[in-house]
Design a protein around this ligand. Structure first.
Ligand code: GDP
Ligand code: MG
Length: 206
């Protein structure tokens, strides 16, 4: 029976971590460089086809600002799934994600499937590719290479685009808290479909 199973899903996380961008990537396969902040919440739907079932996600994309916090329970109260998003370049956004997870575990449906998602990984993969290109330019002068690499790292700090949340730290936290864990880029699409597919797989057929 391929009648879609409706699944209410809520997105939570600090403002500007990329919640709306993840939804836009999943639903329309698009990205907007300067996405306007969400006011209150936005509602979208998208189907996800698995081998044995079709899931129709009813997605509530909430605003991250603190002044909207009191509205959040309306969106997560009957949710079967939650995507809690942080930004891998901003350590404080993981702390905020952890507080959302605690709130969900206390107040949401006890069977809710929670996915922790570290977004904006496209911003932190540039250092490695730049390092590789430096290596290629100066093949026979190892000492100079090392010096240029040091300077590269300083540049990254200046631009504030270095990774602040190691993958292992977030994934260990997710594991001990019983969450699914992903790293994504709404910008280039990396890992986005997987978040929703893995959630869909964990939703029981009633
Ligand atoms: P929200 O407040 O959590 O819904 O965040 P938005 O989706 O509005 O995104 C906030 C800003 O981050 C926007 O300028 C987006 O274009 C940008 N953004 C979102 N996701 C990504 C990503 O994966 N990579 C990069 N580089 N920027 C992103
Ligand atoms: Mg938003």
């Amino acid at each position: 029976n391929m009648k879609p199973v409706q699944v209410k899903l809520v997105l939570l996380g600090e403002a500007a971590v990329g919640k709306s961008s993840l939804v836009l990537r999943f639903v329309n396969d698009e990205f907007q460089e300067n996405k306007e902040p969400t006011i209150g919440a936005a509602f979208l739907t998208q189907k996800c086809r698995l081998e044995d079932k079709v899931i129709k996600f009813e997605i509530w994309d909430t605003a991250g600002q603190e002044r909207f916090h009191s509205l959040a329970p309306m969106y997560y109260r009957n949710a079967q799934a939650a995507v809690v998003v942080y930004d891998v370049t901003k350590a404080s956004s993981l702390e905020k994600a952890k507080s959302w997870v605690k709130e969900l575990q206390r107040q949401a449906n006890p069977n809710i499937v929670i996915a922790l998602t570290g977004n904006k990984v496209d911003l932190v993969s540039s250092r490695r590719s730049r390092r590789m290109s430096v290596d290629n330019e100066d093949e026979d002068d190892d000492e100079r290479d090392a010096q240029e690499l040091d300077e590269d790292e300083e540049d990254d700090e200046d631009y504030g685009i270095s990774r602040q949340v190691p993958t292992e730290e977030a994934s260990a936290y997710a594991q001990e808290s019983g969450l699914l864990f992903f790293e994504t880029s709404a910008k280039n699409g990396q890992g986005v479909a997987e978040v929703f597919t893995e959630i869909a797989k964990k939703i029981p057929l009633e």
